[in-house]
Design a protein around this ligand. Structure first.
Ligand code: GAP
Length: 441
């Protein structure tokens, strides 16, 4: 399939089935803004829960945090974002389109109309807002461009309240905002997005070993937890001149998207840059005292960061399959679109489909669905033909469909259809929940 066709198909499936809608659509939309619909919300929630389980719950060295989006602006002065968090912007003198100068293939001409470009100027990506009722510099505040700041300014609070010893990490998932010059490629680059971020505090001389430990955890995340085809991942060591102002080593984990190989997420060695800057600007002592040696020092930090929306995009791209499948007519086939999400990420886990809307059948089907809801995300669908309902469930990636037919009234059994093999099994209603539980482990 031509590669951009795949993006078009994903965007269209997402809208058609309620994964992702264009933002503010009834007002003609808002460029590059997207809303997660019912299934998109569930998929994102499943990704975030898995991330949390993998990187926080299953580890003994992590603590959670949920810090404010709007911080004291001095925090952004300290972190260097006010001075350094910018891209170079050029504008076409003819059509007035604006570009990031590093993204223009021919830097001297506008890629839309060929017009001459202005000299590059620095454009800070932080969204400005005003606190209170007057809009002046005294009340200027910023929407956070990363969640890291909240974790650094709470470092002391966390050490004091949790009695944690090094090494330990702070984790949070949250919304971030960047006034991107060139957002695009669906949910790949937007102005409002979510990240899952870890700040892992260590003794300075341990950074190389800990960096490698996190690289192997990240590999495990993509292979075992997200079940991504790791051939689609590229590990890129970022050279000195491309690294963020705070980083001494960065590895970007890139993905082979249909629109090119680009960043999925990254890991950085932030040294003691942040704690030392916050100490200098706030005047507070942020040193850590080693309880064994009594030595006082500023911990260093390894920071694995994950874009949740890009993770979701990768999940959609990996799941999308088109296959030839038999139709109801003997010997005929049709194209079946099936989202082969890993079962534990599927937004709907089980669909209950009564073969007819007749009352006696509906009663049993509703009882089956109600019982399953205790353990699974369940969809109940009694519209259209059974073939169409199977196709719909395939398109939203439901691993199992449970069909209730007239025989069910007699033999107290239902049919379970497997999304990937399309094989069907007759299972006793009383055994159904356990049968499905075994499929999800
Ligand atoms: N604290 C480090 C940090 O924020 P970053 O590489 O600037 O690092 C982290 O951003 C991750 O956030 C990226 O790797 C990417 O996955 C995601 N991300 C960054 N900008 C984004 C945008 N405009 N839209 C969607 N995701 C974005």
């Amino acid at each position: 399939m031509p590669e951009n066709d795949l993006m078009d198909k994903i965007v269209s499936l997402c809208k058609r089935r309620g994964f992702v809608f264009p933002g503010s659509e009834i007002y003609g939309g808002l460029a590059n803004s997207w809303d997660y619909g019912p299934l998109g919300h569930l998929l994102k929630q499943n990704i975030k829960s898995l991330w949390w389980k993998f990187f926080v719950q299953e580890r003994e060295d992590m603590v959670p945090l949920d810090s404010a989006i709007i911080m004291n602006p001095k925090a952004w002065e300290a972190s260097g974002h006010l001075q350094n968090f910018s891209d170079e912007l050029v504008e076409c003198k003819k059509c007035h389109h604006r570009f990031r100068s590093d993204q223009l293939p021919k830097r001297k001409k506008c890629s839309d109309c060929g017009g001459a470009l202005t000299a590059p100027k620095s454009f800070n990506l932080m969204f400005k807002t005003f606190l209170g009722t007057t809009e002046d510099t005294a009340t200027t505040a910023y929407l956070r461009p990363e969640t890291a700041g909240g974790m650094f300014v709470n470092f002391k609070n966390i050490v004091n309240t949790t009695r944690r010893r090094l090494p330990f990490g702070i984790a949070q998932i949250g919304k971030c905002f960047r006034n991107e010059i060139t957002p695009g490629n669906f949910i790949f680059r937007t102005r409002e997005f979510e990240i899952g971020e870890l700040e892992y505090f260590i003794k300075p001389d341990e950074w190389e070993k800990v960096f490698e430990m996190w690289l192997s955890e990240i590999k495990r995340w993509w292979k075992d937890a997200m079940q991504v085809n790791t051939d689609n991942l590229v590990w890129r060591e970022i050279p000195d001149n491309e690294r963020a102002h705070y980083s001494k080593r960065t590895v970007d984990i890139e993905y082979k998207y249909p629109f090119g190989t680009q960043e999925l997420h990254g890991i950085a060695y932030r040294t003691d840059f942040d704690l030392s800057r916050h100490e200098a600007v706030s005047g507070q002592d942020l040193h850590y005292t080693d309880p064994e040696t009594g030595e006082k020092f500023l911990p260093h930090v390894i920071e694995p960061t994950f874009g949740i929306d890009r993770t979701l995009l990768v999940c959609l791209l990996e799941a999308y399959h088109e296959e030839q499948a038999p139709t109801a007519e003997k010997g005929e086939t049709e194209t079946r679109v099936v989202m082969k999400f890993p079962k534990h990420l599927a937004p709907v886990q089980v669909a209950v489909l009564p073969l007819s809307k007749k009352e006696n059948l509906a009663k049993v089907a509703k009882e089956v669905a109600a019982a399953l809801r205790a353990d699974f995300a369940v969809d109940y669908d009694d519209t259209q033909s059974i073939g169409k309902r199977y196709r719909r469930q395939d398109e939203i990636g439901t691993p199992y469909c449970v069909t209730v037919d007239f025989d069910s009234l007699e033999d107290k059994k239902i049919t379970v259809r497997d999304r990937d093999t399309m094989k069907q099994n007759r299972v006793a209603i009383k055994d159904l929940s356990n049968y499905l539980k075994e499929k999800f482990v």
